[in-house]
Write a protein that binds this ligand. Structure first.
Ligand SMILES: Cc1ncc(COP(=O)(O)O)c(C=O)c1O
Length: 387
């Protein structure tokens, strides 16, 4: 029996009392204290009214961003919050002139679709999109990706951890190659931040985006954007708004004069309730520390793989824990039907076509829940479906 100090957190997450919650790669469990945080929002609005803007709301996109910064290795005031990761992608993409010779965007077959939708939209402005395919829909060999990055490449876009397969990409090698030819890298950290260590400064990463919904336990409505500090003066996002202005309350006409700091990457009025909602999850991840979370995640995902092997269920995610993010993917016939039955039995997982059933423990998961998940899964597979 392993002693697991992280289980002390279980009481903080109400949903764990009624379900086996194995889906934090999709929507992290809500912390109890999030309700207090949202009450603070309504109480502030009710009692302070418009004064709230000057008592913290206006800066919240950056002060809450600091809670992400300490998770991903940025220093204070380097991360800004906006509504979602797609918005961050769009802000970055809008900084460049896609008519220039250096107009290639290298993306990859495991990237999140939203990212690719945005890049393909830029083809109308002259961008050339090169997609490095995944040969099996689950992994992405490094060499072809590195080969695709050349001196006509402006931006390389990768998901650090693939949403479909939880495959971990070699961010460091990709960044080194990109920088050697004068290209920038934008990494989607949505499936890595909060579950495996990331250090944007040590990596010398140019741009990072992600959001609050999954491992960071912040609920919907808060995405983040990190931009390497020495790039700030060079970048003027066309996707902008009055919060990005140097002196927004002067209400000057256009063109915009950008703020000298990270505010230049903001847009219009921020999603204040979303930021209140996200705060507690971010604080909890900071309190625990990602190293401890990753150590437990490796131990539990390894155990899940072992249990699946013993039950004769095919494992599609990586067996090498260094290349596996927080999710184990199991290839089960009629995955949709089996997932629906698991949900009916209060075992919460999800299913992605082309991959399989995605199962993820988080720091609040108890070991017996791993056994229970595979036990129920096995029982469903071996039961005769109702005609
Ligand atoms: C890797 C990755 N990127 C992005 C997103 C979502 O982006 P957005 O915040 O724009 O909805 C997800 C959510 O499933 C994801 O897994």
């Amino acid at each position: 029996m392993t002693s697991d100090p992280l289980l002390a957190w279980r009481d903080e997450f109400p949903i764990l009392a009624s379900t086996t919650y194995m889906v934090s790669h999709s929507l992290g469990a809500m912390p109890r204290r999030t309700a207090d945080s949202l009450s603070e929002f309504t109480a502030t609005w009710a009692s302070r009214g418009v004064r709230a803007w000057h008592e913290g709301w206006w800066e919240m996109s950056v002060t809450i961003g600091d809670l992400i910064g300490s998770i991903i290795g940025a220093v204070p005031a380097e991360v800004v919050m906006n509504q979602n990761a797609s918005t961050g992608q769009w802000v970055v993409a809008s900084c460049f002139n896609w008519q220039e010779r250096r107009n290639k965007i290298v993306t990859e077959g495991l990237n999140f679709p939203s990212n690719d939708y945005i890049y393909h939209g830029l083809a109308r402005q002259g961008a050339r999109i090169v997609t490095v395919p995944s040969p099996d829909g689950m992994t992405l060999p490094l060499e072809p990706l590195l080969d695709a990055i050349d001196d006509e490449t402006r931006l390389v876009s990768i998901s650090h951890v693939a949403f479909r397969s939880s495959y971990v990409q070699d961010l460091s090698a990709i960044i080194q190659r990109a920088h050697a030819v004068g290209a920038y890298v934008i990494a989607d950290l949505y499936q890595s931040a909060g579950i495996l260590p990331v250090d944007v400064r040590a990596l010398n990463l140019d741009f990072a985006v992600g959001g609050s919904v999954k491992w960071l336990l912040g609920g919907p409505g808060a995405g983040y954007l990190y931009v390497r500090r020495d790039l700030w003066p060079l970048l003027e996002p066309a996707a902008t708004g009055w919060q990005a202005h140097r002196a927004p309350f002067d209400f000057e006409g256009g063109p915009i004069e950008y703020a000298p700091d990270a505010f230049r990457f903001l847009g219009g009025t921020p999603n204040i309730p979303g930021l209140y909602a996200a705060r507690s999850g971010f604080q909890i991840i900071n309190e625990i520390g990602v190293d401890a979370i990753r150590a437990k995640s490796i131990r539990q995902t390894t155990r899940l793989v072992q249990l699946a092997d013993e039950a004769g269920i095919a494992v599609r995610s990586q067996r090498d824990s260094a290349r596996r993010g927080g999710v184990v993917i199991l290839d089960v016939p009629e995955g949709d039907r089996v997932t629906a039955e698991l949900l009916r039995r209060q075992v919460i997982v999800d299913h992605r076509p082309g991959a399989g059933i995605r199962i993820s423990p988080h720091f609040y998961t108890a070991d017996h829940e791993l056994e229970h998940t595979i036990h129920e899964l096995s029982a469903i597979i071996h039961s005769t479906p109702v005609p």
